[in-house]
Design a protein around this ligand. Structure first.
Ligand SMILES: Cc1cc2nc3c(=O)[nH]c(=O)nc-3n(C[C@H](O)[C@H](O)[C@H](O)COP(=O)(O)OP(=O)(O)OC[C@H]3O[C@@H](n4cnc5c(N)ncnc54)[C@H](O)[C@@H]3O)c2cc1C
Ligand code: FES
Length: 298
């Protein structure tokens, strides 16, 4: 049956409200954002750069936070903010296609609209860690939520000591943000090591899982803060290696994922032991979740 006149009136009112209402007023109402740029990153991963449809610039976020992105008529999913916290408008998200919503999101083009609720959740501790070494360990799409932390660290480079990024991808063609990594690697004050699980022709870099880089990378464990994001298994081994190197659990941070619906601590979908990942996480200090970390469902 085709929708009637009253349906279209309702939709028009809803869109009107979304344009007029900043997400900050009601965390359950998405704000309307326009896609300014859709960028193909790898075969299954893309980035969308968004700006608010009402032109407002009242949006700020901390590195590690996420938004709920709503693809109209398909559904809503949590996606971390992957852009530079200091350059809004130009809100960026990098998404890997895994199912219905991410697939539909991947077919959106410049000029299309998307709903945004957020930002939500805890963040990577950057501002409060002056004088520390940073070791940032990313696996696959896990580099996306860590990228804003790298921007924040490099913007205030002289506040921190060593900054090391260890990044593992499945294969060379899956490496995200290649040009940016090259640019960062060219700077003398950042140490960047990339490894792939499977090399292909022409790859002359490291081969092996990212955790193999931890033991020989140049940071001072007695002073370092570790930020880790990637598949849970990878994070588990990364934390073990970090502990072995001497980075304490209370200076190690991991970002967790679970299914989400409300993103504001109401529905219980993202319960993780005594915590909700949407509001107590996604970034957790490792010692606080150590007893439940690695259990398949808690
Ligand atoms: C806080 C948070 C931040 C996130 N940030 C990002 C991000 O920056 N970029 C990004 O690409 N994704 C991110 N995700 C994961 C993303 O939300 C899911 O991939 C998305 O919800 C899948 O929705 P879908 O409808 O496309 O697939 P679904 O139909 O929900 O799932 C399709 C298949 O993929 C599997 N699947 C679902 N989620 C994941 C996952 N996280 N990893 C691997 N397989 C999965 C399902 O088990 C199922 O088999 C984040 C998740 C959380 C909780
Ligand atoms: S998603 Fe509803 S409580 Fe976290």
């Amino acid at each position: 049956m085709r929708p009637g006149f009253s349906y279209w009136i309702f939709m028009a009112q809803m869109l009107d409200q979304m344009i007029a209402t900043p997400a900050a007023n009601d965390p359950m109402v998405p704000s309307l954002f326009r896609i300014e740029r859709a960028k193909h990153e790898t075969d299954d991963t893309f980035s969308l750069e968004l700006s608010p449809a009402n032109g407002s610039v009242g949006f700020s976020f901390e590195p590690g936070q996420f938004n709920m992105l709503y693809v109209f008529g398909v559904g809503e999913v949590p996606i971390s903010i992957s852009g530079d916290p200091s350059t809004f408008p130009g809100l960026e998200h990098t998404t890997r296609v895994v199912g219905a919503v991410t697939k539909a999101m991947g077919s959106l083009k410049r000029g299309d609209m998307i709903g945004v609720r957020g930002p939500f959740g805890s963040h990577w501790p950057v501002a409060e860690m002056t004088g520390r070494d940073f070791v940032i360990i990313a696996g696959g799409i896990g580099l996306a939520p860590l990228r804003p932390a790298l921007y924040a660290l490099t913007k205030q480079r002289d506040r921190f000591r060593k900054i090391v990024l260890l990044y593992g991808a499945r294969a060379p063609e899956d490496i995200l943000y290649r040009r940016e990594l090259e640019r960062w690697r060219g700077k003398f004050d950042l140490e960047i090591q990339v490894t792939v699980d499977r090399a292909s022709a022409g790859w002359r870099g490291n081969v092996g899982v990212v955790t193999t880089l931890i033991g020989r990378s140049p940071f001072d464990p007695s002073n370092a803060v570790a930020l880790v994001c990637g598949p849970e298994l990878m994070m588990r081994f990364a934390v073990l290696e970090l502990l072995k190197r001497g980075v304490p659990a209370d200076r190690t941070y991991v970002s967790m994922e679970r299914n989400m619906k409300c993103a504001v601590g109401f529905c219980g979908h993202c319960q993780y032991g005594p915590a909700f990942i949407c509001k107590d996480g996604p970034v957790f200090r490792f010692d606080r979740i150590a007893p439940i970390f690695g259990k398949t469902e808690v």
